[in-house]
Write a protein that binds this ligand. Structure first.
Ligand SMILES: NC(=O)c1ccc[n+]([C@@H]2O[C@H](COP(=O)([O-])OP(=O)(O)OC[C@H]3O[C@@H](n4cnc5c(N)ncnc54)[C@H](OP(=O)(O)O)[C@@H]3O)[C@@H](O)[C@H]2O)c1
Length: 266
């Protein structure tokens, strides 16, 4: 059985589709119960098994109850795929007076996923097998203007997973991080429009998640992201300015094509 968070998202649905075709048994979670049921139905129609357990990852009590429900009703997972995420792009001045951006983003991207993983990891370690796969972003290791809260929340998850990995692996549970570049999903639309240039299709992003699930790799990441991480350590200010400029150019191009604006939190 595989737990999939963010199952209703662009990449999540693509991962659920690919796993359904393998006949996988999936526990799907996200906030929107109706959308989740629709994904579960799609999985069953394609030959997989699926149950839908709605949960808001920002609610720690709800996350604890989700973990209890999974262990009681569905058993100990073979894998946990954390794809849930929320994103906001805001320049510094637009973030003044908005400390809640950080609270919401860390709740969805770090604290909720970490609490769920922790609760499921204990029985997985006791069973001596399993795999944790979490999706972060290529922006995690190349901090850039506009992405401060999102990058910080994903970097927190990245750092936490890297630190628990050796001890989890010693107990038989592998930990992999997938750093995705831009993907053409609803997450990217507010900032880059609906068909951003150079973006991966959701099925291509899903293939990277499955590569992390199926192999013993600890990091699936574009080569430019790894290079950016090195440059970011060697010349932090210059790299942040260059990354910010690149992001602004991509946004200008997409705005010219689609007339879209900046991201927002709900
Ligand atoms: N798209 C990109 O360009 C891009 C680039 C790099 C990394 N990523 C990462 O890739 C992953 C998948 O992104 P995507 O593009 O598929 O995004 P998406 O289409 O916006 O999907 C996001 C998923 O997360 C769920 N979610 C959001 N807030 C939640 C909350 N508080 N509690 C529980 N679930 C929540 C959403 O469902 P509900 O709204 O129903 O809760 C949805 O299933 C994310 O972790 C994202 O950060 C995306």
């Amino acid at each position: 059985m595989i737990v999939l968070t963010g199952a209703t998202g662009g990449v999540g649905r693509a991962v659920a589709t690919a796993l359904a075709e393998r006949g996988a048994h999936l526990v799907l979670t996200a906030r929107d119960g109706e959308a989740l049921e629709a994904v579960a139905t799609m999985v069953r129609e394609r030959g997989g098994r699926a149950v839908a357990h709605p949960c808001d990852l920002r609610d720690q009590q709800a996350v604890a109850e989700l973990a209890e429900r999974i262990l009681a009703e569905d058993g100990v997972p073979e894998a946990v795929l954390n794809l849930a995420g929320h994103c906001v792009h805001r320049d510094l001045e637009a973030t003044f007076g908005r400390p809640h951006d950080l609270v919401r983003l860390t709740g969805t991207n770090l604290l909720g996923p970490a609490a769920l993983i922790l609760a499921l990891l204990a029985p997985m370690c006791a069973a001596g097998r399993g795999r944790i796969v979490a999706v972060t972003s290529a922006s995690t290791r190349i901090p850039a203007p506009g992405w401060a809260a999102y990058g910080a929340s994903k970097a927190g998850l990245d750092s936490w997973l890297r630190a628990i990995r050796p001890q989890a692996e010693a107990q038989g549970v592998g930990v992999a991080i997938v750093e995705l570049p831009l993907v053409a999903t609803s997450m990217a639309t507010p900032t880059y429009g609906s068909s951003p240039r150079g973006a991966l299709e959701p099925s291509q992003a899903a293939a990277r998640v499955l590569r992390a699930l199926d192999s013993r790799r600890t990091l699936v990441s574009p080569p430019w992201s790894r290079l950016g991480a090195v440059l970011s350590q060697a010349a932090p200010a210059l790299t942040a300015r260059a990354a910010g400029a690149g992001s602004r150019v991509a946004q200008r191009l997409s705005r010219r094509e689609t007339g879209s604006g900046s991201g927002s939190l709900r």
